[in-house]
Design a protein around this ligand. Structure first.
Ligand code: GLP
Length: 242
């Protein structure tokens, strides 16, 4: 079941989501956090950094795992998720460097890297609070709509729709990497609690589809209906077709 909380705008969504982090980290300082990229969580990271600067939240013992990373994009590239996390969060958050985990999309042996990341997740998991955005095609992490989904961390060929969507972050569509590493559905669905953020009218169709869908691999986010502790926080625009 997916609980839904509709708020006015992106700022309000960030504030609501941030309260979940605050209460989790107050109860469990060494919580395992599943983090996400994309434009949607940026206001949330801002909000968390604000709380951190007021000493209202402490990440010093938290262990963070990102969902995914592009393949063959240098870590120093503006759009690599390693760089995104540094710029949006880590450079001001007091997460220990050895507790900041992101798949290495430049690893020599990408299959081995998937195994390594999967093992790390099993060692530290389950994730206490998993943050998710949703692609306009219903992907979560980079688990793309397909006839089958993967349980574990895997290499994924990005769908045409995702390449097109994510080209807004690059100068040209040709620059968007063709492949990525993504955690699989198992680590997402075994998280104790999940917050799915959907903001803006370009998410209205997929939010409607998600809330009216059965469980189908063609809409990977629909598997969240199986989970017992998922909250979809969306703004009025994303909820406008519900
Ligand atoms: C990327 C990420 C996803 C994210 C999605 C939505 O493809 N891999 O984790 O949820 O984009 O992005 P945005 O928040 O910019 O709409």
């Amino acid at each position: 079941m997916i609980k839904i909380e509709i708020v006015k705008d992106a700022g309000a969504a960030a504030k609501v989501a941030a309260t979940h982090y605050k209460s989790l980290l107050n109860d469990k300082a060494n919580a395992v956090l599943g983090l996400a990229t994309g434009s949607t969580p940026i206001p949330l990271y801002k909000e968390l950094l604000e709380l951190h600067s007021e000493n209202a939240i402490d990440f010093s013992q938290s262990i963070c795992f990102n969902l995914d990373e592009y393949c063959d994009l240098p870590n120093t590239h503006r759009e690599s998720y390693a760089n995104f996390m540094y710029e949006q969060f880590y450079h001001l958050a007091n997460v220990e460097e050895n507790n900041r985990h992101i798949p290495d999309g430049n690893a020599h042996d990408l299959e081995k890297e998937c195994e390594r990341y999967n093992d790390l997740l099993s060692q530290h998991g389950p994730i206490d609070l998993q943050l998710l955005g949703i692609g306009r095609n219903g992907h979560i992490g980079f688990n793309e709509p397909n006839t089958e989904l993967k349980a574990g961390t895997h290499i994924v060929k990005l769908s045409e729709a995702t390449v097109k969507d994510n080209s807004r972050f690059f100068e040209e569509e040709e620059e968007v990497p063709a492949f990525a590493i993504s955690v699989g559905m198992k680590s997402i669905l075994s998280s104790k609690k999940i917050i799915l953020l959907a903001i803006g009218e370009e998410k209205a169709k997929i939010v409607h589809a998600l809330m009216h869908s059965g469980i189908t691999t063609l809409l990977p986010a629909s598997f969240l209906h199986i989970h017992t502790n998922v909250t979809l926080i969306c703004d009025e625009a994303a909820a406008s077709l519900l």
